[in-house]
Design a binder for this molecule. Sequence first.
Ligand SMILES: Cc1cc2nc3c(=O)[nH]c(=O)nc-3n(C[C@H](O)[C@H](O)[C@H](O)COP(=O)(O)OP(=O)(O)OC[C@H]3O[C@@H](n4cnc5c(N)ncnc54)[C@H](O)[C@@H]3O)c2cc1C
Length: 376
Amino acid sequence: MSVVDFVIIGSGIAGASAAAALAPRASLAVLERESAHGYHTTGRSAALFSPLYGPAPFRALSVASRDFLTAPPADFAGHAILTPRGVLNIATQTQRPRIEALAAAAARLGVAHALVDQAACLEMCPALRADHVVAGLWEPGAMDIDVEGLHQGYLRQARRAGADIRLDAEVTALAREAGAWRVTLASGETLQAGAVINASGAWGDVTAELAGVAPLGLTPLKRTAFIIEAPEGADIGAWPAIIDADEGFDFKPEAGRLLVSPADETPSVPHDAWPEDLVIAECVERMNLAADIPVQRILRSWAGLRTFAPDRHPVIGYDRDAPGFLWLVGQGGYGVQSSEASGRAAAALALGEAFPADLLALGLTAEEISPARFRV
Ligand SMILES: Cc1cc2nc3c(=O)[nH]c(=O)nc-3n(C[C@H](O)[C@H](O)[C@H](O)COP(=O)(O)OP(=O)(O)OC[C@H]3O[C@@H](n4cnc5c(N)ncnc54)[C@H](O)[C@@H]3O)c2cc1C
């Protein structure tokens, strides 16, 4: 039987980033049920780094991840993880307060931004309709993320530091015995770990129940994405990502085509999510009000589960009532861009070290992301 300090359940971006941060200081095994590391939500994202996107704790975690993502160690991926994109949050007259609030948040976080007028919006994305968009919030520092490169980079770092990383390794039972966890796999093999880190995404509450730990009330929300041709003759390469101020839709260039999302949030059970035609059709209608982008054909579509805690904030920390059970869940729609700092925070809390000073300086405390807030 393998004996390790930590077992991490789930090798998505959350488990991988925590493994990279922990492996140099502890022995660990990362156990993934599927045959590929990014099979679920991590492999289905829109690959955008926009620290203004999401609730305050995610904004802090994303800002704190920026330096690493901008300049990872030379042997991390061998190429850039972030490439320039920029985000333009667009608003109608009635949506103006939304982008003004976003501008105030950007100022608080020290994120470069500018409120821009209609002419500037149409210059950045000529397909936008002048009878719809009246202003925008421009975030020049937003980037495209090479998600696969980032994910594999974390796993490589962890492996080099000695982590045992396994695919086709579903955890089926968890039992606390004599101050340690006995972790049973579907194959029948067992491992012993001082602590388990629950990074199982949409299955976060299911994994807790395996361990006899009370669930947190996590909700997986399905989000769809699809690829369409760029408008004929349009030079879309330099378009920013466009986000509707009410999150009714968003789109961005993707390898010469457009990646569009209805920004849907359909409550789901944990499963292998798939897209629905009606959701895509309604999105095309909404997008058509704001932009002249003819949609002849959907070239590809997919869906993934963005999993949220009841307050939509991340959950990172040991369970008060279950010794050696650390939650690393609720990454919602921001788990890639915030991954480096989330992994560091998880590692510090797992090892009982001080909460990272850069996060404290950004106004984020361990208490705000602790599962204890759900244990009254
Ligand atoms: C359409 C879409 C667009 C998005 N766009 C962005 C974006 O632009 N920027 C951004 O930062 N984020 C984005 N996100 C969100 C981001 O993808 C997620 O926050 C992130 O991938 C969550 O990572 P995770 O590791 O928690 O989950 P997952 O990647 O789902 O990993 C959890 C893993 O746990 C495994 N597992 C579960 N139970 C067990 C078990 N019993 N034993 C072993 N393994 C188990 C699962 O197989 C799974 O692989 C988007 C998401 C979607 C769906």
